[in-house]
Design a protein around this ligand. Structure first.
Ligand code: NAD
Length: 373
């Protein structure tokens, strides 16, 4: 395989994570052999697997490797075996530590409908056909992190719980900048969503998005919408959007809603990006949005496409290998067109399809890469 100065940390994790990562390894090998796109790869444990070996869901040494790497390719974590672990040791804490210490504040969640799967969506084909939107969720601040938070007994003797929604100008501007820059490489449109009608953070968000737009990104079309109105518009006419940027809480909900427009969890990748350093390099973690799917783990049934497309996002955003990313995405699209389906995709019209397992799907993608190259 070609040598490189691209440092990649692979963290397969638990459940179906290692299975889908095995299929991506085939594509990594193909890229090395056929396109001279090599990586220096390190691999380590995360989640339940790390807990079993080291007693923590992410060892300090693994954290160091992640901070040194140009990109982290992540599988999934969690499963019933660790459900009773202490809160601080839950497998998911491993992922949260990575996001926090790498300061991955911009979470990119594409929602794209492949033509071959237009019937798998719960919405009518004419509503979702050609859908290709990118939701950018602020990931490290807002109500999930704001202080004070907790529980107390109030003056009336009643127990109450509280969280704080808090955003600084800097936090708003840096995530909006990612949205504007990404839009320039797409359809040049950003929709910023908040609740400026009822929340102070929403007012500040709208002001700062508008100011930043005027200062640096006036060539991009910017619109604003209340987050609840956006929730409706995503179902009514999702094709009107290109890049959507919003806060942590609204982004959590709206990106899940958008993902359902596409039909299956097994198809959806994501990227989480940090701030650029002096050389322009951003810390970055790429992962499918699905979890460890304990119900199908170890059975060879998992769909490897979400992990494959996460790898394609990594090529595009961390290594500026847009052509290679396009190649992987086209191979996936063609394999779906040819009728290959893992079990999760066998919804809607299924005539002309061929049911395959994890490895067969991975092999079909590599074979298609061979054909395209
Ligand atoms: P899940 O995403 O693991 O599974 C939900 C459903 O979708 C299951 O029926 C599963 O079989 C199916 N599915 C998911 N990915 C698939 C794929 N690639 N191919 C085919 N089918 C797929 O969510 P869950 O069941 O709520 O959670 C299971 C475990 O995963 C829990 O421990 C949870 O905490 C963890 N989790 C981890 C992450 C992560 O690692 N980022 C995200 C979500 C959930």
């Amino acid at each position: 395989m070609a040598s490189s100065n691209r440092n990649l940390l692979v963290l397969p994790g638990d459940g179906i994570g290692p299975e889908v990562m095995n299929e991506v390894r085939k594509i990594i090998a193909w890229m090395g052999n056929r396109r001279a796109v090599g990586f220096d790869i390190k691999e380590d444990l995360v989640g339940g697997a790390a807990l079993d070996k080291h007693g923590v869901p992410l060892a300090d040494d693994t954290m160091m490797l992640a901070l040194e790497a140009d990109a982290v390719l992540f599988g999934s974590v969690g499963g019933p075996k660790w459900d009773t672990a202490d809160f601080s040791k839950k497998p998911e804490r491993g992922l949260l530590r990575l996001r926090k210490e790498m300061d991955l504040f911009a979470n990119l969640r594409p929602a794209k409908v492949f033509d071959a799967l237009v019937d798998a969506s719960s919405l009518k084909p004419e509503i979702v056909k050609g859908l290709d939107i990118m939701i950018i969720r602020e990931l490290t601040s807002g109500v999930y992190f704001g202080e004070p938070r907790g529980r107390q007994t109030n003056a009336k003797g009643e127990v109450e719980a509280f969280d704080t929604q808090r955003y600084t100008v800097g936090e708003i501007r840096r995530v909006c900048a990612v949205a504007f820059e990404l839009a320039r490489k797409r359809q040049n449109k950003v929709l910023s969503a908040e609740k400026a009608n009822v929340m102070h953070t929403g007012v500040l968000w709208r002001e700062e998005a508008t100011k930043l737009h005027k200062e640096k990104y006036a060539d991009v079309k910017l619109e604003h919408m209340y987050a609840d109105a956006l929730a409706m518009q995503l179902l009514r006419q999702p094709n009107q959007f290109d890049v959507i940027v919003t806060d942590n809480l609204f982004g959590d909900i709206l990106s899940d809603e958008a993902s359902m427009l596409t039909g299956s969890l097994g198809l959806l990748p994501s990227a989480s990006l940090g701030a650029p350093d002096a050389t322009g390099r951003r810390k970055a973690l790429y992962e499918p949005i699905h979890g460890s799917a304990p119900d199908i783990a170890g059975k060879g049934l998992a769909n490897p496409i979400a992990e494959t497309l996460s790898y394609a996002m990594m090529l595009r955003y961390s290594f500026d290998l847009g052509k290679e990313a396009d190649l992987v995405e086209t191979a996936v699209e063609n394999v779906l067109k040819a009728g290959y389906r893992t079990g999760d995709l066998l919804v809607g019209k299924t005539d002309g399809t061929k049911k395959v397992g994890t490895q067969e799907m991975g092999d079909a993608i590599v074979k298609e890469l061979d054909r395209l190259a």
